[in-house]
Design a protein around this ligand. Structure first.
Ligand code: UGA
Length: 429
């Protein structure tokens, strides 16, 4: 078992630290936020992530997991240091590597000989080399290795994705370094690819861009289905049985969002641009995703008889998908804001968005799904929370001024909703 430092206790860092401790490694996780560190040391997990609380508590109890303030405390004297810091979208669309550079500079002098710095943050091709350069410039010992180890964790299932991954990818110029990093995952069963850093970094971007492409594609097919009277669910079923296509990530909806796909597709477009390649396909994927939000707004406008001004709109779901409390780049928030911007009175309910939603301009957030619907003209389902399926829709219809329903996630049964008296609009059916 190895000693591991993790820099950053966000979604990726915390999941990585807790899961590596669960696999038996000795892990120190450092974060800049003193309050977060204090709470984590008491076993209080600041994010909603299934199974993560239990692993944090398990790690603290076993002594294999500790939280400290700052990067250098986490990195001092350990065999492996994982950089899990944010790489937000910069003003030019490209990833901002400021936090990576700062972390590398901070840890350089405390790294022990022959340790390996592993980049887990999503970083453009060439960043492993850049970390190597920053470390050397900041005085790291000569035999420190660097590697890239992209993560494929989905919010909401991050722990499961870490412990049961579809693959482990490690990129390093020195194969021995790459192999050492891959051995940290000895406890999990998955194909392992040890490759060069640029390829490992590209795997991450290509994977997210491809998944975004699948969703934009199915959303476009759904739009066509609506005009030719086809049902997208039947179409996806018929496509998905082809193993070359599969069923995953072909669920139509209000468009893709979250902290990864929008940022990573923009960054990949930037990389392609720098390389002199016009990635028209990916540009189309992104703009079709932007249009999808407008298409959903148009459905709500239709349901309101053509004019949103003064219409009362109930919104169910604000997070970017179900089973997370994350509002970052949420299509639900942007659609609700577009509705409010067109003059609608928007009242929203979300099971998990919590206080973060309270300041959304033009959106009143209420603590109950039924309360959102009182006197509403139209109910819009924007996030696929399972609990929405099981509500009393007779009560919902009774509370509304007009029982119109726009189901942007195809969560509900149209026939059942129509029987109850709703005017139902889904996506692609
Ligand atoms: C995504 C990837 O799935 C992870 O593999 C990756 O590690 C992660 O980004 C990352 O780069 O860190 P995540 O952002 O948690 O994970 O969310 P997804 O579950 O991929 O969903 C992204 C968006 O696509 C959401 O808005 C979701 O509602 C939408 N989506 C997803 C659809 O509209 N239809 C689908 O069929 C699937």
């Amino acid at each position: 078992m190895s000693t591991v430092g993790v820099v950053g206790a966000g979604y990726v860092g915390l999941t990585t630290a807790a899961c590596l401790a669960h696999l038996g490694h000795d892990v120190v996780c450092g974060d800049l936020d003193a309050d977060r560190v204090r709470r984590l040391n008491k076993g209080e997990t600041p994010i909603l992530e299934e199974g993560l609380d239990d692993l944090v508590v398990e790690g603290l109890r076993s002594g294999r997991l500790r939280f400290v303030l700052g990067a250098s405390q986490a990195a001092a004297g350990v065999e492996f240091v994982f950089l899990c810091v944010p790489t937000p979208q910069g003003s030019d669309g490209r990833a901002d590597l400021g936090a990576i550079d700062a972390a590398a500079r901070e840890i350089a002098s405390v790294l022990r000989p022959a340790s390996v710095v592993v980049n887990k943050s999503t970083v453009p091709v060439g960043s492993t080399e850049r970390v190597d350069r920053v470390l050397r410039e900041a005085g790291a010992v000569a035999d420190v290795g660097v590697a890239s180890n992209p993560e494929f964790l989905r919010e909401g299932t991050a722990v499961r994705d870490f412990l049961h991954p579809s693959r482990v990818v490690v990129g390093a110029d020195d194969t021995a370094v790459g192999t050492r990093v891959s051995e940290l995952y000895r406890g999990v069963r998955a194909p392992v690819l040890v490759t060069d850093p640029a390829s490992a970094e590209m795997v991450k971007y290509a994977s997210n861009a491809f998944l975004a492409t699948k969703i934009s594609f199915v959303n476009a097919i759904a739009a066509v289905c609506e005009s030719v009277n086809a049902d997208i669910r039947e179409v996806v079923l018929g496509m998905g049985y082809d193993p070359r296509i599969g069923f995953e990530f072909l669920h139509p909806g209000p468009g893709w969002g979250g902290s990864c796909f929008p940022k990573d597709t923009a960054a990949l477009l930037g990389t392609a641009d720098d390389a002199g390649y016009d990635f028209a396909l990916l540009r189309g994927v992104v703009s079709s995703n932007d249009e999808q939000r407008e298409r959903m707004v148009a459905k709500v406008r239709d349901a309101c008889g053509g004019d949103l001004a003064g219409a009362r709109v109930a919104v169910w779901g604000l997070t970017f998908k179900a089973n997370t409390d994350d509002l970052r780049d949420s299509p639900a928030v942007s659609i609700a804001s577009l509705l409010a911007g067109s003059g609608a009175v928007v009242r929203a309910y979300d099971p998990a968005s919590g206080e973060a939603a309270a300041d959304l301009p033009g959106i009143e957030v209420v603590p109950d799904a039924y309360a959102a619907c009182v006197d509403a003209d139209v109910l819009v389902v924007l996030t696929e929370w399972d609990e929405f399926r099981w509500l009393d829709f007779g009560r919902v219809a009774g509370a509304m001024r007009r029982a119109e329903l726009v189901d942007t996630r195809n969560l509900l049964d149209p026939a059942a909703m129509r029987r109850i008296g709703f005017g139902y609009r889904g996506v692609g059916r």
